[in-house]
Design a protein around this ligand. Structure first.
Ligand code: PMV
Length: 336
């Protein structure tokens, strides 16, 4: 019998328009609410998983540097999940190449675990369909489940009373999108150094101690339904307004945790104000932010080059224009 000996996959980051923030189950990585994102066409991550029979341990290289500590542990735990599912025991060598700064709130873990899920499942002959792969990627990093798919993607939370919540929490593409909708997302790279607090720790603290978290969660559930309707109508004004309010609410909730989690820097605040000022001048611009100081700006794709130049000047920082990007794909596979 021939077996797969190695597989390589590529995946892109996604940016949530309705955010995931807070787990109700840390082991299964089940969120408190659903979320909805756009997969980007920039910053791909490529990951190769090569089965290494005869070796006692997994080896992991991130951008050619051997992984250690928490980063290594998360990847080995993930490989253990795949091995448990397939009844295989061989260790593997993982090589991952990012084109986005890691840990700066630019969704590197989403692209990373989506590419790892596809490459590892293929290398270990797990034979999973895209929905099952999204469930698997979720266990590595919640937001990664959305990067298995291209375009707009919704991650289902699974109701608390669900018999099999692992099965009920997966991502799927949102097809009901107005054909004329053409959104760009401009990433303003204010700072690309790793964040001071991991999103894992920050979420936990927010859920446990922020007085604003319950109300943000309620508004997120409404935002999800409103976002679906706005995508269907192709109404960019509504899409932008819902996304910005949801992101600002998430930051308000974490900033009122004990101790506070503050990802927004003076430069982030300056840019957030600038985006509202542009809007007052009649531009269609809305901001969103993740677990880091960088600001991403939504605007019509036709205006993106002009607005990106304006944002670069206002922040003295580089900008990258992204559009809707593709699903994760397998780029090679070899058998022995
Ligand atoms: O998937 P994680 O654990 O890196 O969390 C990501 C959380 C946000 O990026 C802030 C929001 C989201 O929905 O992607």
């Amino acid at each position: 019998m021939t077996r797969t000996s190695s597989a390589a996959a590529v995946a892109h980051p996604n940016i949530a328009l309705v955010k995931y923030w807070g787990k109700r189950d840390k082991v299964l990585v089940l969120p408190h609410a659903g979320s909805l994102s756009m997969t980007l066409d920039v910053f791909p991550t490529t990951t190769t998983v090569r089965i290494t029979p005869g070796t006692a341990e997994d080896s992991v290289f991130i951008d050619n540097v051997p992984a250690r500590g928490e980063a290594l542990r998360r990847i080995v735990d993930f490989l253990d999940l795949v091995r448990a599912r397939t009844g295989r025991r061989e260790r593997a060598r993982v090589e991952t190449h990012n084109t986005v700064p890691v840990g700066a709130g630019l969704a590197s873990s989403a692209a990373g675990f989506a590419a790892l899920a596809l490459a590892a499942a293929t290398a270990y002959d797990a034979c999973l369909d895209p929905t099952s792969l999204s469930r698997l990627a979720r266990r590595g990093s919640g937001s990664a489940c959305r990067s298995l798919f291209g375009g707009f993607v919704q991650w289902h939370a699974a109701h608390p009373g669900e018999q099999d919540p692992d099965h009920a929490s997966y991502a799927e593409p949102v097809h009901d999108v107005h054909p004329d909708l053409d959104i760009a997302l401009i990433a303003v790279l204010l700072q690309t150094t790793p964040k001071p607090v991991s999103s894992r720790e920050a979420m936990q603290r927010t859920v446990a101690t922020s007085p604003l978290f319950p109300s943000w969660l309620r508004s997120t559930r409404e935002a999800l339904a409103d976002m679906r309707a706005a995508l269907k109508d192709g109404d960019l004004d509504r899409i932008g307004a819902i996304a910005e309010r949801n992101a600002l609410g998430m930051h308000a909730a974490m900033e009122t945790a004990l101790p506070p989690v503050t990802y927004r820097t003076p430069a982030s605040h300056h840019l957030l104000n600038h985006v509202s000022a542009l809007r007052e001048r009649g531009e269609q611009t809305w901001a969103t932010m993740d677990a880091g100081p960088n600001v991403k700006v939504l605007c019509p794709a036709t205006d993106a080059t002009r607005i990106a130049a304006e944002l670069a000047a206002a922040s003295a920082s580089p900008t990258v224009i992204a559009r809707s990007g593709p699903a994760a794909t397998l780029i090679s596979q070899s058998r022995s």
